[in-house]
Design a protein around this ligand. Sequence first.
Ligand code: KG4
Ligand code: ZN
Length: 415
Amino acid sequence: MIARRFNELSFVEKTDFVSTEQSLRVLLAIESSCDETAAAVVREDGAVLSNVIASQYELHEDWGGVVPEIASRAHLRRILPVITAALSEADCQPEQLSAIAVTTEPGLVGSLLVGLTAAKTLAMGLRIPLITVNHIEAHIYACGMGRDHTIYPSVGFVVSGGHTNLYDCRSATESRLIGGTTDDAAGEAFDKVARILGLPYPGGPSIQRAAADGDPGRFRMPRPLLHSGRLDFSFSGLKTAVLYAARGIPGPDQLTHTPTELVPDLAAAFQQAAVEVLVHKCLLAAEQLSYDTICVGGGVAANLAFREALAEAAAKRSLRLLIAPPELCTDNAAMAAIAWELFAAGHVADLDADVLPGLVRIGKAGNAPDDSELRLRMAGYIAAFTRLPEVRSEFAENPQAEEPQKSFHCLKQGA
Ligand code: KG4
Ligand code: ZN
């Protein structure tokens, strides 16, 4: 069954950090906050022994963005094959693990729950500590991975599909939000503009490709809040400007599709405007905090135009710029290597740890279905496929264990 499921994975990646060092402890990290199911084995010196990622692009493509219910169902199908692959690529037996790390915030509630339940079950069965990881802090931490010096204190900038956040990062465990978007996240704007232009999801890479052949000067695009003097962003006006330039203003004459010949120039104009705002605010944060180090992570940090513009601007001001390596910009579990720092600082989670999606969970207000039954069923499902005798005996009798999808009807849509 696992082999068959494994064929569903659209993308499996292994880093080349493999080491023969045996004496150091290793942990298994699990990431399922959005639409990537990922697991990694990370050694306490930060070496990544495996880094397996199953992307769900093809499942969300038709909608032009992540559909939470589809994402959580896919995580449920893929989490065990991904964990198995990560352990086997690292040549690691479950009994050799010293801890389990898992992303618990922020993200989509159903997606986070799948990873957390898998992690808790493994931690409980193996009797090892559970360490909960903040996805945003992990994105920033990724900027220092593979480097032999500290990245703190620094401006942390996470530019992804869900976040455009600036942080004052004093250490791996102390960061303070100092700025963010007032509407769409930057990656979300790339995805929505790609949809307007008829380009495939995910929009970031599509826009980058289309923009390579375009003239950014042909269309004038706004640079929202560029000179506000504050560390805030807004991308919805820019997105609307692209829509009107592409199809005309709303009314009977507005086109339903963007003419193909306009696409490269529109993509280039949008990308240039977005990049200019992102770079400007990032440097403004460094100036306001009087820091000389900038760490940039998240999916949009993979964008070549953004990387080049940032590098140029940082060099002009003699700032140290650490952008996460492209393979660690988009979601992955290897960046949960931050868990070793948390562990060292005594941050070990209880087995009743909960997810913190970053949105109000209506269930807590009392008018949504209780999700305890869902958790039990998921734990049963996970346990049924692990070789952990104590856990199996506790949950294996659960008649729903083989039917994970059925249990998902009670998740809140849209969270
Ligand atoms: O960090 P990530 O994988 O997931 C979230 O935590 O959101 O970021 C995904 C986002 C998507 O919106 C995608 O369009 C964007 O990152 N992205 C890019 C590029 N590669 C991914 N945006 C611009 N240029 C890229 N090359
Ligand atoms: Zn992310």
